[in-house]
Design a binder for this molecule. Structure first.
Ligand code: TYC
Length: 102
């Protein structure tokens, strides 16, 4: 921590104010039309998952309706959501990806 002199000459202790970035969960939503293998490839490419982990996450979303792809600082999460939505739209799949504060 630091020490700061005040007007009166008193010396007060201060805390180091290094605020950690807020974290956001990136979620994939199920739908009836996006092919399973497409979702697996997206999870591998955008979220750097192994094929095994990607398949597990895809099946979780498929059966439960929603699932977590990862937890990231705001800007990283936002970029991943945008990448997923762009790839889905380009391939004309209705796949939805959202983020929420953890
Ligand atoms: N439910 C889709 C199907 O049966 C597969 C799927 C899984 C779609 C996960 C979206 O986020 C998703 N083809």
């Amino acid at each position: 921590g630091g020490r700061t002199g005040t007007e009166t000459g008193a010396v007060t202790k201060t805390r180091p104010k290094t605020k950690r970035p807020s974290l956001y969960r990136v979620l994939l939503l199920n739908d009836d039309y996006t092919p399973q293998e497409f979702v697996v490839v997206v999870l591998q490419e955008v979220f750097n998952k192994s094929h095994e982990d990607a398949f597990r996450i895809m099946m979780h979303v498929h059966t439960r309706g929603v699932g977590e792809c990862g937890v990231y600082p705001y800007e990283v999460a936002e970029t991943k959501v945008t990448r997923v939505m762009d790839i889905a739209r380009k391939n004309q799949h209705p796949l939805q990806c959202v983020m929420e504060k953890q």
